[in-house]
Design a protein around this ligand. Sequence first.
Ligand SMILES: O=C(O)c1cc(=O)[nH]c(=O)n1[C@@H]1O[C@H](COP(=O)(O)O)[C@@H](O)[C@H]1O
Length: 231
Amino acid sequence: MTRLIVAIDTPDMDRAAELARATDGHVDAIKLGLEFCYARGFDAVAELARDRQLFLDLKLHDIPNTVAGGLRSLAPLAPALVTIHAAGGRAMIGRAREALEQSCVGRERPRLIAVTVLTSLDGHALHEIGVEGTPEEQVLRLGALALDAGADGLVCSPAELPALRRTFGAEPVLVVPGIRPEGADHGDQARVMTPRAAADAGADWIVVGRPITGSADPGDAARRIRAELTA
Ligand SMILES: O=C(O)c1cc(=O)[nH]c(=O)n1[C@@H]1O[C@H](COP(=O)(O)O)[C@@H](O)[C@H]1O
């Protein structure tokens, strides 16, 4: 069963609280990331995450010691999922996993999720940063490395789901943004699919921001996406 995460990307506490309340009962978790955390800080994150599952999406990417320290500092927030960049490499991912295990003895450990190739990048944009091959090949390469180094799962676009499931099976937690209901504006997302298609292709979680938060009725938008997932 594919679960739904709403990405609450706003610097405003009242707006974030309103979006969280409006989507309560229609989503399985809230995602807070750079925009909210940098503006409001981690007390505000804790407040919004009270009684809700949290996906803390800070996409850590630094030397292993710094990423491990960052994750130890974030552990008290008890997110269900946290993100690092797979491109940080084997040692960084391994130390990240170790830091989470050491910080969460006796309680549930956040799942360590490695971002592969951002869903805003297409083949041309990848070549511009020096990556040869297709987005799918790069996602498979980084996915293999991240899972082997200790990540519990990956962030990928819906387009790579079939290849990831074929290669790595059912176990890795696959978290999938780049989701657009039929007819919705793609915005800055390059590799997109509908909620239903992503669910059929094997997503464990889909991440949806603007199609919900930009709607006149965010609760109803989330409810409709949920219905599409369970149809
Ligand atoms: O890690 C993420 O969640 C993420 C990775 C990625 O490759 N692409 C991506 O869009 N995201 C996040 O997913 C959300 C997508 O938002 P919308 O494009 O508004 O649906 C944003 O909060 C992004 O930060």
